[in-house]
Design a binder for this molecule. Structure first.
Ligand code: GDP
Ligand code: MG
Length: 165
């Protein structure tokens, strides 16, 4: 069986997508899930939680020296709303997930993207997606790894969605 973080570069590529607390509070969970479902990607992990400070700091470790880091960790962990964490699988899902999210700063995000359609500020940009295969491996392992929370299953849509050769 494949590792929880999938096999980058294949139809079993996986990425970590999250709806941040502002996206949950604003009722955008179903829209964000629906976009990935309708595109043809397969949901293999899903959870709702208020992340611990430790989890949020590890998730955003590469930003720990930034002036907004403390505020970012508080926004993710203060419990005013939970986070939805997901693992999505399919061809180029890491790159295409980022395209579907749109630019980090919503003011630069194009229409048709999640951020371009629903938000205005970099500090309240409603969603997260892994930015590389290395990040996907780290983030899926961090949020889901080792707990039996990823489900391998066969989508009966696959033959109607995927034909790359
Ligand atoms: P992402 O991968 O597109 O989410 O962007 P980054 O990895 O660069 O940053 C992670 C998250 O930190 C972003 O999604 C924002 O929530 C937050 N962030 C990044 N830059 C800024 C900033 O300049 N100000 C604030 N307040 N938050 C920021
Ligand atoms: Mg990032």
């Amino acid at each position: 069986s494949i590792p929880v973080y999938g096999v980058p570069g294949t139809a079993q590529e996986r990425t970590f997508i999250a709806v941040k607390p502002d996206g949950v509070q604003r009722g955008l969970v179903s829209d964000i899930i629906g976009r990935f479902e309708r595109r043809g990607y397969k949901l293999v992990g899903l959870k709702l939680l208020v992340p611990s400070v430790g989890l949020a700091k590890e998730h955003y470790a590469d930003l720990s020296s930034k002036p907004f880091f403390a505020g970012l960790v508080d926004y993710m962990t203060n419990g005013k709303a939970p986070v939805i964490g997901m693992v999505w699988e399919g061809p180029s899902v890491i790159k295409q997930g980022r395209v579907m999210l749109g630019a980090t700063d919503p003011k630069a995000a194009g229409p048709g993207t999640i951020r371009g359609d629903y938000c205005l500020s970099i500090g309240r940009n409603i969603c997260h997606g892994s930015d590389s295969a290395e990040s996907a491996q780290k983030e899926i392992s961090l949020w889901f790894g080792g707990k039996g929370e990823i489900t391998n299953w066969t989508s009966n849509n696959a033959e109607w969605v995927i034909s790359d050769n």
